[in-house]
Design a protein around this ligand. Structure first.
Ligand code: CA
Length: 226
């Protein structure tokens, strides 16, 4: 799951980013409203966490503009004020939820889970390919009923493959989703190869049916071979 965080308080933004990454989310960040709008309009995020008081363009305006462009990303507004006016205005403009600062991180996580689980944006809680099952609620991966433990990045990678089952994913696309665009990649394509190899070992080693396949020169695909 990919989160766009638009927040100009750098300390808070950094803390939220760290917490979200630890929970397996990929995070993109913007520090002002204009940049946030530009990134949100790419419509590549599963959730937008949007501060109201921002430089250049406030969160209400950002929200109004992305909804005008028919971008349906679920939005959680962060407001310094808990005033009813702000809440009503935010919800009227198409926010899905709001949090008044200061808030506890688990509260934000709970809101994110709740809005991404709503039927419109998240019809299934369990994703399946052959006998492989990923539970988006509990974060458990099972093959033929057996639990396969995953590290944080492996989970993010697995979720991406599951959501795009049968589709070929390039290394760049995987990097973009799992490692977010602000990272210093270094030898990035190698990083993807290493993680895919680890994941393959976990799900396919010793099994007759290999689900995670390499397409030489193109990328990777998760599919049911039968
Ligand atoms: Ca602010």
């Amino acid at each position: 799951m990919k989160v766009l965080l638009v927040e100009d308080e750098l300390k808070l933004a950094r803390a939220l980013e760290k917490g979200l990454r630890a929970e397996g989310f990929a995070v993109d960040k913007a520090e002002d409203g204009l940049r946030g709008l530009e990134m949100a309009l790419g419509c590549r995020h599963d959730v937008l966490i949007l501060d109201v008081m921002l430089p250049y363009m406030d969160g209400f305006e950002v929200l109004a503009r992305i909804r005008r462009e028919r971008c349906k990303v679920p939005v959680i507004l962060l407001t310094a004020r808990s005033g009813l006016d702000d809440r009503v205005k935010g919800l009227d403009l198409g926010a899905d939820d709001y949090l008044a600062k200061p808030f506890d991180f688990p509260e934000l996580l709970a809101r994110i889970r709740a809005i991404t689980r709503r039927p419109s944006s998240e019809p299934q809680l369990i994703l399946r390919v052959a006998d492989l099952e990923l539970n988006l609620g509990s974060h458990e991966l099972r093959r033929a009923g057996q639990i396969i433990p995953l590290r944080t990045k492996e989970y993010a990678l697995m979720e991406l493959f599951m959501r795009r089952k049968g589709l070929v994913l390039s290394r760049n696309m995987i990097l973009d989703h799992v490692w977010a665009s602000d990272m210093d990649y270094g030898d990035a394509s190698n990083l993807v190869d290493v993680y895919v190899a680890q994941l393959r070992k976990k799900i396919d080693a010793g099994r007759e049916q290999k689900l995670l396949q390499t397409l030489r020169g193109t990328g990777y695909v998760l599919r049911d071979p039968s």
